[in-house]
Design a protein around this ligand. Structure first.
Ligand code: DGJ
Length: 739
């Protein structure tokens, strides 16, 4: 059993293959966190120490024992009002307008399989999705209750032993007689009794997402989050706490990934006693959720990972877990079509014939799917109008969508389409008919973003209308892929639905918006099980574990420059599987940076993801066309390594200036693909030696192109020489097979 309960001491132990998590309901009924780290047996209660510490108060039940304080003890789910003055996971304004809360242990349930969360995405175990090699998960529920108000909190834990992953979520039920307002609901909290840690987080901006930043934790909280209604380009809902000495291959590290795509908050703080608390959950600014008697609230899931052997192992566990037990649908396990998207080739300036020309040329070079991006519907020749009017612009396309798609299918290509369902332009029929469907505060002008407004998906009739509009498009032609875009942040958090007048506060709107979106996506994936949906929010503005439940790939960034992408994809790789990274070869000079990189390099970088093109292939040289043919062949040949292999970051592009390198290794170590891109070139260039990882040290490997043979142990200790670079940004791939 992965989950064990020891009656004597009321200790809960959660085991994965390489980690152990432990907590205890103590004699006062407080749930104390005991341990999270390398796998161990037995009780870790000995770690708790008690001392009389000034200004760390004592619960009433402790009587005269001034050494017992929740301000100093490690908590499993800390809450406001308990006498713990660190950052709480739960804060409630009770019906009596107090912040009083006293959560006491009230029992547990252990079950086979993984819990699910109504209306919210979450990881699943065996039996929930038809696929091989799913993890056999177990679940634990721990019940806590507040006698006075009747508030009942259930902590949910899912244990995936083989992935070394534990999930957490929380459910709050009002079993009292009066309404309670939830002011903060975090889903996970980890208290560490001692140790010095670095916080690793992934900040960014539009077109430059998920930069790696590692800073030493000090006294005082480091807080990241999003107030934008989306998980955001600015701070990704993924965090790592690492030992000061932890590297890619050594040392302890802990991660939290939020399975949620809306506003979030995550914190790490070292307290007065040198203890550290890391937590993650819903953004509490502009949040207030009124829970009426009998109502239940679910906080989204947090996926927790632990590795005692560095950041690389941690990432590989997360990759495997998300790939196999979070992503769903037909394309979870089979190769996805190599696509061409017309956005950077045409922007809004296209006709049906132009799209067909792009498709014809692409097909000739081996591309498998044509994706028609923004501009095919309503009045949409710029980004100032048309959103919401999901009727095809027959004049622009020169016919119906159905006829264009048949002609593309006739070329032997699949067809995909772009939509931005959550948005409306003021210059649209939809807005003219239903101005109140867009978020706006009564009596005030709304904040515009990319000249558009956000539809209020917290209202069922709005989401239903959009669902029907999407279905009409998808049913009108043979469409096998949908790019789901979302191009602004949500500013005017007010619903005109009327329910707010009844006492519900705008503080629940962003959460309800997400439930509306998830419900729509769930209905869509059920109705079109074979549809491949690619998530997108101006590139990587909603690159999160929540979206991965519905969209197994996400457009990683609007920045398609190969050199910038090395950094963006490096940062992304810490918390997300390579199969999730939408990545395309585009034209040079690159439209975002003006940089010129070789075609081969653009291919090698884009191949570290779900691969495609985004340029007019008729406009490139014959030499580059041949390169495209080779790239597509290579992608097919290496797909199983890229998609399912173990991923190793061999360099850090934020620090290593000479070259970037990453490696895919088949799970049985029988095959590997090394990728390198030179970043700097200098006179009298030297060979660069890159030590590989994850190979079989006992085996010999052969370079499949040159026939050169290498000892596995040698490749890992002394490295492989990369020939001197003779031009800027040159790329190499080395395909190794065990002999
Ligand atoms: C933002 C996306 O990230 C781009 O790829 C493109 O689809 C545009 N939107 C279209 O408006």
């Amino acid at each position: 059993m992965a989950i064990q309960y020891q009656e004597n001491g009321r200790i809960f132990t959660l085991h994965t293959d390489h980690s152990t998590y432990q907590m205890k309901a103590d004699s006062y009924g407080n749930l104390l966190h005991l341990y999270y780290g390398d796998r161990t047996e037995g009780s870790m209660e000995y770690l708790l120490t008690f001392g009389d510490r000034g200004f760390s108060p004592n619960p009433y039940e402790a009587g005269d024992d001034r050494t017992y304080s929740l301000d100093a003890l490690p908590q499993e789910y800390p809450y406001q009002g308990s006498g713990d003055f660190r950052s709480p996971a739960l804060a409630v304004e009770q019906a009596d307008k107090s912040y009083g809360l006293n959560l006491r242990y009230g029992g547990y349930e252990i079950s086979k399989g993984k819990y699910s969360l109504p209306g919210l995405p979450s990881m699943y175990g065996e039996g929930l999705e038809d696929a091989e090699s799913l993890e056999d998960a177990e679940s634990l529920k721990i019940h806590l209750t507040d006698q006075v108000s009747g508030l009942a909190v259930t902590l949910l834990y899912g244990v995936f032993p083989g992935y070394d992953i534990i999930t957490r979520a929380v459910c709050v039920k009002n079993e009292g007689n009066g309404p309670a307002a939830l002011k903060r609901v975090y889903s996970a909290c980890l208290d560490f009794l001692h140790g010095e840690y670095d916080l690793i987080q992934f900040y960014g901006r539009h077109a430059m997402e998920r930069n790696f930043q590692r800073t030493a934790l000090c006294h005082g909280a480091q807080v990241i989050g999003s107030r934008r209604g989306t998980s955001s380009h600015q701070y990704n809902p993924f965090l790592i706490l690492a030992g000061r000495e932890t590297t890619e291959n050594h040392g302890p590290c802990y991660s939290m990934s939020f399975v949620y795509s809306g506003a979030f908050k995550a914190e790490a703080e070292t307290d007065q006693y040198g203890q550290t608390r890391m937590s993650m959950g819903l953004q509490d600014e502009m949040f207030s959720y009124e829970l009426k008697p009998g109502e239940i609230f679910f906080g989204p899931e947090v996926i927790m990972g632990y590795s005692g052997h560095g950041l690389g192992t941690l990432s590989r566990s997360i990759h495997k877990a998300m790939r196999r037990s979070l992503c769903r649908g037909k394309y979870k396990t089979i190769p996805r079509p190599v696509l061409i998207n017309n956005w950077e080739a045409t922007y809004f300036d296209f006709t049906g014939e132009k799209i067909l020309d792009i498709a014809r040329q692409a097909k000739e070079l081996g591309v498998e799917m044509m994706v028609l991006d923004d501009g095919w519907f309503g009045k949409r020749d710029s980004d100032c109008s048309g959103l919401g009017d999901w009727q095809v612009n027959v004049k622009k396309l020169g016919g119906s969508l159905g006829s264009l798609v048949s002609r593309i299918n006739g070329l032997g290509m699949k067809f995909g389409i772009w939509m931005e369902p959550e948005m409306v332009s003021e210059d649209s029929s939809l807005y003219r008919e239903h101005p109140d469907w867009a978020f706006a505060v009564p009596g005030r002008k709304p904040v515009r973003g990319r000249s558009q407004l956000v539809l209020d998906f917290s209202r069922k009739e709005v989401a239903d209308y959009i669902f029907d509009s999407i279905c009409r498009v998808l049913d009108s032609a043979h469409i096998e892929y949908l790019k789901w875009d979302m191009n602004r942040s949500i500013a005017d958090v007010y619903s005109a639905a009327g329910k707010m007048a009844g006492g519900d506060s705008p503080g629940s709107i962003l959460y309800r918006y997400m439930l509306g979106l998830y419900d729509l996506l769930e209905r869509l994936t059920k109705r079109y099980p074979d549809l491949l949906i690619e998530g997108c929010s101006g590139g990587g503005g909603r690159f999160d574990a929540g979206m991965l439940y519905y969209t197994p790939q996400i457009w990683c960034s609007d920045n398609t420059d190969a050199v910038d992408r090395i950094r963006i994809q490096y940062g992304t790789s810490f918390g997300y599987p390579i199969s999730a990274v939408g990545s395309h070869v585009s034209a040079v000079p690159n439209h975002q940076t003006g940089r010129i990189t070789p075609m081969k390099t653009r291919g090698v970088v884009a191949m570290a993801g779900s691969f495609g093109y985004e340029l007019n292939l008729s406009a490139i040289s014959e030499e580059d066309k041949n390169c495209v043919r080779e790239q597509i062949d290579a992608y097919h040949k290496y797909w199983h390594l890229i998609h399912d292999g173990a991923y190793y970051r061999l360099t850090n592009p934020f620090e290593d200036r000479e070259a970037a390198a990453w490696l895919f290794v088949r799970e049985d170590k029988g095959e590997a693909l090394l990728n390198t891109v030179a970043l700097e070139t200098h006179g009298n260039p030297l060979s660069l030696y890159i030590p590989l990882e994850g190979l079989d040290p006992e085996a010999m490997y052969r370079d499949e192109d040159t026939g050169t043979e290498y000892p596995g142990a040698g490749l890992m200790s002394a490295g492989i020489p990369i020939p001197p670079r003779t031009g800027e940004y040159q790329a190499f791939q080395v395909h190794l097979r065990r002999i």
